[in-house]
Design a binder for this molecule. Structure first.
Ligand SMILES: *Cc1c(COP(=O)(O)O)cnc(C)c1O
Length: 504
């Protein structure tokens, strides 16, 4: 088998991977927009044209085909006009470390499959815990913030069930039926999904009122807890968000921790986005109080410039992780003295994602990563000021992190039309391939959203995207009878009068 990586195929491996890397390097050097702009129909035809039952074409040809099919039409997060979601351009040392993972294919479930890898992951978990202020804390890497939040809420549920048994003599299912998680409407939707997966009651997620910027109001939290307790419910956890997905706002952690301490409620901080502040040379104080939580979600693939996937759940008390340990005779028997990370994880076979963070920390230094996160926060503040000063764009609120929310609203454009244009502008830009912006809804009204995570992007490059927004908005206002349901993006953009230099 010449295509299985082993001693005899080491040269073949180097040639195959080398060719891929060279082609990618060429594309990185020459790609000029975030997306090719190909329509969904064109892409579907390309996918359908490949005969998966066809004769073998060999490694080199298969990879060349992928270059045409996938790489050519991929979304380039490093492009300065990619400003949509929480995707980060990736650090070179992390990408190189990913190549090591792909070749060695270690699994971090047991020590006997990973040896020093397990020790390196543990060291990075300890490092993260120290940064959080959890001296002696513990945790484990996960596939993402969604899984980290699920695991945190599972641990909280188990603690609450144990508490209800001890203090109220309740059985498991009776306790679970009474549990409530307190969050806000700005919390990530994985909180709601987790509640469903954890078998909690339909009304188990209570949304605490927020201030004008979407931050949880601690006084409302205290009132909500009091109301729940009076009604015989059991507050199981409070989820505070350190960096809400849309507005990049940080809930008031100290005041929320005060409420949780007073009522002995598990505080989980979802810092999937804001975790980059842990290494910020100038903004670490924005996370003050996070050390009073019992569990924290960090997404290194959001603000540490890591390739997907790289996330962790970190707990203040190592014993809190024990409630999910299961033992299998063939894998991690109870009497085994080896450090088996599977005891702490919801996953079994698990990637050694920690290696990428390790490489990045060593290569750039913690301050180097933090300075880059600071840079995107500062850039976002500059862009917000520019939007605010502009007479045809309307800024929608502020941010503690790196998002910019706004609408196209030239003089004389009614609010309802500004709202309608949000989705159309996003679509015209996306389908032209020239810029990627996101859209969301704030206080019941749609708005455009920029998420800045590229420390190399300049203010001028973002101004150029704002000009594209203006051009698309103006063209859409002039255009009549737009077929919004059209599948053919380029035709849509063209009908909207949005001429694309890059149009083929
Ligand atoms: C992105 C995000 C998540 C989910 O993380 P994934 O890595 O996408 O699973 C959770 N919480 C917040 C606040 C996020 O921004």
């Amino acid at each position: 088998m010449p295509d299985i990586l082993n001693a005899a195929t080491a040269d073949h491996y180097a040639a195959a991977v080398g060719a891929v890397v060279e082609r990618l390097a060429d594309r990185f050097a020459s790609t000029a927009q975030p997306f090719s702009g190909a329509s969904r129909a064109e892409l579907q035809a390309l996918v359908d044209a490949v005969d998966l039952d066809g004769a073998a074409i060999g490694t080199a040809e298969a990879l060349r085909e992928i270059d045409d099919l996938f790489v050519q039409h991929a979304v380039w997060f490093h492009d300065p006009a990619y400003l949509a979601h929480l995707n980060t351009p990736v650090a070179v040392p992390a990408v190189a470390a990913e190549a090591i993972l792909a070749a060695l294919n270690p699994s971090l479930d047991t020590y006997d499959q990973s040896t020093v890898g397990t020790l390196m992951e543990r060291r990075l978990v300890e490092w993260t815990a120290e940064r959080l202020g959890f001296a002696g804390g513990d945790g484990v890497f996960t596939s993402g913030g969604t899984l980290s939040n699920l695991q945190a809420l599972l641990l909280a549920r188990e603690a609450a069930v144990a508490g209800a048994r001890e203090t109220l003599g309740l059985g498991r299912s009776e306790a679970i039926g009474r549990l409530v998680v307190l969050a806000t409407d700005s919390s990530h939707f994985s909180v709601q999904k987790s509640a469903l997966l954890l078998g909690l009651a339909d009304d188990a997620v209570e949304l605490v009122p927020v201030d004008d910027e979407g931050r949880m109001r601690p006084s409302e939290l205290a009132a909500a807890v009091a109301g729940l307790v009076a009604a015989g419910r059991l507050p199981m956890a409070v989820v505070a968000t350190a960096g809400t997905t849309d507005r990049g706002r940080i809930d008031p952690l100290e005041a929320i921790a005060d409420v949780c301490d007073a009522e002995d409620i598990w505080l989980h901080v979802d810092a999937a986005y804001g975790c980059g502040l842990l290494v910020s040379p100038t903004r670490r104080h924005l996370l003050a109080g996070i050390e009073r939580s019992r569990s924290v979600t960090v997404d290194f693939h959001k603000s540490f410039f890591q390739p997907v996937s790289s996330s962790a759940i970190v707990v203040r008390e190592p014993a809190d992780l024990a409630s999910i340990a299961w033992h299998a005779d063939y894998l991690n028997p109870l009497e085994n003295a080896e450090p088996n990370q599977v005891d702490k994880s919801l996953q079994t076979t698990r990637r050694f994602d920690a290696l990428k963070l390790w490489a990045t920390l060593r290569a750039l230094g913690a301050d180097g990563i933090g300075a880059r996160f600071d840079r995107v926060i500062e850039l976002a503040a500059d862009v917000r000021r520019s939007v605010e000063a502009s007479d045809d764009l309307e800024l929608v609120g502020g941010s503690d992190l790196s998002t910019v929310l706004f609408r196209y609203a030239p003089a004389g454009c009614p609010a309802a039309e500004s709202d309608r244009l949000v989705a159309l502008i996003r679509r015209v830009l996306f389908e032209s391939g020239r810029a990627h912006v996101a859209k969301t809804v704030i206080a019941g009204r749609p708005c455009l959203k920029l998420t800045l995570l590229n420390p190399e992007t300049t203010r001028e490059q973002i101004e150029a995207v704002l000009d594209l927004v203006r051009a698309a908005g103006a063209a859409l206002r002039d255009a009549e009878h737009l077929d919004e349901a059209s599948d053919d993006g380029l035709a849509f953009a063209t009908r909207a009068g949005f001429t694309t230099e890059a149009a083929r």
